[in-house]
Design a protein around this ligand. Structure first.
Ligand code: FE2
Length: 332
């Protein structure tokens, strides 16, 4: 009898000790941290990777049968989208360390940030004078004709940036920017953020718009070619005397139908812990959201900067309009 009880108890425990994560993140650092979490907490982390839109569709299709506990994205706009479709439950922030900077918390209470990243301007060290740079908007100046590199407007990082510009400058100026910057492109948009920096090194253009951590990854790469590429450019934080540099968070939402809520909360706490935050910044070169943790030496060497303090949900609210503007403009 007692054996039976024991085995059914074990079975129940076995089905409980998992956390199911639907994630857009594709970085080694996540793999490492999940493996460390599994060891420390004895909770298995099951991971499904896809784009945020695909994951959101999957969560809706699976509905009550959805096994996922956490949705992790690299864009507050997509977390806003999930929350606005009633897929997330509210988070009690008092359950989490109060060292998480308040400015990175969701004003509506639906998501928890993991890291943040800045969308930077990088420029060729010798071919561009830093004093000539100022804002994202100023990149439409005709003096930069044939010099600007940026990836496709289909990319979420650019859509989030344009969403922030709609909020800060209005739709007319955002549309004008999207139209005019194309005239300064060195080439048709192609490749990812790192490819834009590689193109600067190859002499295709002089200035690129890229996420901060990719510069950290290039400058510290084990691949010596990438290190050379990384050393070709300097970092510039745009909009320092206007709205601040556009940032976005990578973050997580607890799903409304999460079957393993307590395990999910344990993973959430682990990912914002001092230990994990330090691991992120020193390996993925993202900025920590936990104020107990300093950014890695490499990204700290770029200095402090004024962050655009926009409500990050606006990156989701304005997204549809941003996509429409991109479709109207020539930025493919
Ligand atoms: Fe990325």
């Amino acid at each position: 009898m007692s054996l039976l009880v024991l085995s059914s108890c074990n079975l129940r425990k076995e089905t409980e000790d998992v956390v199911n994560v639907y994630t857009k993140r594709h970085y080694q650092v996540d793999k490492d941290l999940f493996a460390q979490f599994e060891k420390i907490y004895n909770i298995k982390v099951n991971v499904v990777k896809a784009s945020a839109d695909e994951l959101i569709e999957r969560i809706k299709t699976e509905a009550d049968n959805c096994p996922a506990d956490l949705l992790i994205t690299v864009d507050a706009g997509k977390l806003y989208k999930a929350s606005s479709q009633n897929l997330l439950q509210k988070i009690n922030y008092s359950d989490f360390p109060n060292s998480i900077s308040k400015k990175f918390l969701d004003k509506n209470g639906y998501w928890l940030p993991i890291t943040y990243r800045a969308r930077l301007i990088v420029y060729h060290k010798d071919r561009v004078n830093e004093n000539e740079l100022s804002t994202y908007s100023s990149l439409i100046d005709p003096k930069w004709k044939g010099k600007i590199l940026v990836r496709s407007s289909k990319n979420a990082y650019n859509q989030a940036l344009l969403s922030s510009m709609i909020a800060n400058l209005g739709e007319t100026k955002a549309l004008n920017w999207s139209n005019k910057i194309v005239e300064n492109f060195s080439r048709e948009p192609k490749g990812n953020d790192r490819d834009q920096v590689r193109a600067i090194a190859a002499g295709v253009g002089d200035i690129a718009i890229v996420n901060s951590y990719y510069i950290g990854l290039l400058k510290s790469s084990v691949d010596s070619n990438d290190r050379v590429v990384g050393e070709t450019v300097n970092v510039f934080f745009p909009n320092q005397s206007t709205s601040g540099t556009h940032i976005n968070i990578s973050g997580m939402g607890l799903l409304r139908n999460s079957p393993n809520t307590e395990n999910a909360k344990s993973l959430m706490k682990f990912l914002v812990s001092d230990y994990a935050q330090s691991y992120y910044t020193n390996n993925s070169y993202e900025y920590p959201v936990n104020s107990n943790v300093n950014p890695s030496d490499l990204i700290a060497s770029w200095g402090n900067f004024v962050i655009d303090s926009l409500d990050l949900n606006l990156l989701g609210v304005n997204r549809k309009r941003a996509v429409e503007i991109f479709e109207k403009s020539d930025w493919k």
